[in-house]
Design a binder for this molecule. Structure first.
Ligand code: NAP
Length: 318
């Protein structure tokens, strides 16, 4: 049985691994069968992670964190956790490949997932003009016309990135002011390739097998119109990924895993949570990393105070 199992390979997971590994707890981190690194694998330059004067590419940052965690002995499992049993002193994780792992403590760092528009055929058109990742798919829209939905930092980042390829980029936002940080708003607004479509929601996706445009509804007048597009990038935020544990640990009304105060302690002893899965507000790589550190320290204290009693037979001989 292991001391610590960490589920999720974003900044919080790797940081929890670095700290627990350096504490001699030999953590095992269940990454993913598809892609390690979480949402930062889909971002470009990260300019606000302290310590990188010139910025760092999201995937490079994740590779560095993984190397740092492995340097101290973290075991990485490239598989998906599909079933968890968190009650009692022994926690069990079953994986997609059919393996079972047990541990005395668990750190949940499963992050968050892209929010969908909730429109008919959204999934069908995914990969056929509809995308959630400009870094992954932007290249396919060279000299094309695309739109980004959303008014936050993600939407500004996606739009600005897409100007490298697309000949025109619309930003469709449901209000007339942006939620994004000033610097990212300005960067997008100063870009001659970007046009803002204010007070508008996407009310339908057009095109049968391939997106050909969207129907827009004016949120003030209710008027509808069509916008011809080759691509639509959805950047309307994320939801915490709690599918695995939502019936076992207490959640907040906003869907995040509930933790006690500033700690990472969930409603189940020995189960800790960190990163975007507990954070509806800050959701930065650096806050996730800090949160992973908190979870590691909490897990460490828990393991000390719940030390496995010595085998009485062995104790009697010594
Ligand atoms: P966000 O800040 O929650 O913004 C989501 C945007 O989508 C909002 O403008 C929201 O509109 C809009 N929206 C939500 N649901 C919608 C719907 N159903 N239809 C149409 N529009 C909808 O999410 P985010 O941009 O992904 O950013 C999340 C966090 O990550 C933030 O803290 C952000 O600062 C951070 N982030 C940082 C960077 C960076 O620093 N490089 C990059 C990306 C993200 P309203 O404004 O009307 O609510």
């Amino acid at each position: 049985m292991r001391d610590v199992l960490i589920i999720g390979s974003g900044p919080s997971g790797w940081t929890a691994a670095i700290y627990t590994a350096r504490a001699g707890l030999h953590p095992t981190l269940i990454a993913s069968s598809v892609e390690t690194g979480g949402e930062l694998m889909k971002t470009t330059t990260v300019e606000n992670f302290p310590g990188f004067l010139e910025g760092v590419q999201g995937p490079d940052l994740m590779a560095i964190l993984q190397q740092q965690a492995e340097r101290f002995g973290t075991e990485v499992i490239y598989d998906d956790a599909v079933e968890l049993d968190l009650d009692g002193p022994v926690k069990t994780v079953r994986t997609g490949l059919g393996d079972t792992y047990t541990a005395r403590s668990i750190i949940l760092s499963t992050g968050s997932a892209y929010r969908r528009l909730g429109l008919p055929r959204e999934d069908l058109l995914s990969g056929h003009g509809v995308s959630w990742c400009a870094t992954c798919d932007g290249f396919f829209f060279t000299d094309k016309v695309v739109a980004v939905v959303g008014g936050g930092d993600s939407a500004m980042e996606e739009a600005t990135f897409l100007t490298r390829f697309a000949k025109q980029v619309y930003v469709i936002h449901r209000r007339d002011s942006l939620r994004a940080s000033q610097i990212m708003q300005k960067r997008a607004q100063d870009d001659p390739k970007i046009t803002f479509v204010w007070n508008s929601t996407v009310s339908a996706l057009l095109g049968t097998d391939q997106l050909s445009g969207v129907e827009l509804t004016d949120t003030v007048t209710g008027e509808q119109r069509q916008l011809d597009l080759d691509g639509l990038f959805v950047a309307i935020g994320n939801d915490p990924r709690t599918e695995l544990v939502k019936d076992q640990v207490a959640l907040e009304d906003n869907g995040c895993i509930r933790v006690e105060g500033r700690s990472s302690r969930t409603s189940i002893p020995g189960v800790f949570a960190a990163g975007d899965v507990i954070d509806p507000t800050y959701r930065q790589a650096i806050t996730a990393a800090g949160s992973g550190c908190v979870a590691a320290l909490d897990a460490q204290s828990y393991l000390i105070s719940h030390a496995v009693p010595a085998d009485p037979a062995v104790a009697a001989q010594s």
